[in-house]
Design a protein around this ligand. Structure first.
Ligand SMILES: [Fe+2]
Ligand SMILES: [Fe+2]
Length: 192
């Protein structure tokens, strides 16, 4: 099976009902897709991996099951091994080597794609005017969006070989077009 984005969305939404988790999948997809375009890689393939990386989190919310117990389900669904391996590589506890640009990008975008919308939630215009500087400041406040691993954010940028500010700016730019889908206000809706 050559997986399509539509197929991945269908799988994701069959296993994931929670809005927050679907939004996380969409955010990571947007960031990873933007990097695929940037690197001239297979955008559809990268989008499939990004959309599905936490597909089993709702049914497997603990690290003794997520994401490893999702792999047989994806295999059953007909997803190819390279897609499954890339998904498994986002989990630190599985020690799957991040030895491809896709794996490095997924890891680098995962936590940050959650953190950037969190920064936008407390701003009147969402992420419209959000800048790396203020994201970095929030990263240094441990109580803000405390579920986001700062270590993974810093390590991700390093792994990808990009400056943290550039990486943050890139992710913000990738998320802006889908801000409404992420539940964020925009300048256009600020007064509404
Ligand atoms: Fe995960
Ligand atoms: Fe994730």
């Amino acid at each position: 099976m050559d997986p399509t984005r539509d197929r991945a969305w269908e799988t994701l939404t069959r296993f994931t009902q929670r809005e927050a988790l679907r939004r996380h999948a969409l955010a990571v997809e947007a960031a990873v897709r933007a990097y695929a375009r940037h690197f001239g890689e297979d955008e559809e393939r990268w989008a499939v991996v990004a959309l599905l990386h936490d597909f089993d989190y709702e049914i497997h919310p603990t690290l003794d099951k997520h994401p490893q117990d999702g792999a047989p389900i994806l295999r059953e669904e007909g997803y190819p091994e390279d897609v499954i391996e890339a998904i498994l590589s986002h989990a630190n506890h599985l020690d799957v080597p991040r030895d491809t640009p896709l794996k490095r990008t997924l890891f680098a975008c995962d936590e940050l794609s959650g953190f950037v919308p969190a920064c936008g939630l407390v701003r009147p215009d969402g992420i419209d005017t959000l800048e790396p500087k203020s994201v970095r400041k929030k990263l240094k406040q441990p109580s803000f969006a405390s579920g986001v691993s700062r270590e993974d954010v810093y390590e991700g940028a390093e792994l990808l070989g990009v400056e943290l500010d550039d990486h943050i700016a890139f992710v913000i730019g990738a998320l802006r077009p889908i801000a409404p889908e992420l539940g964020l206000r925009t300048a256009a809706t600020a007064g509404a």
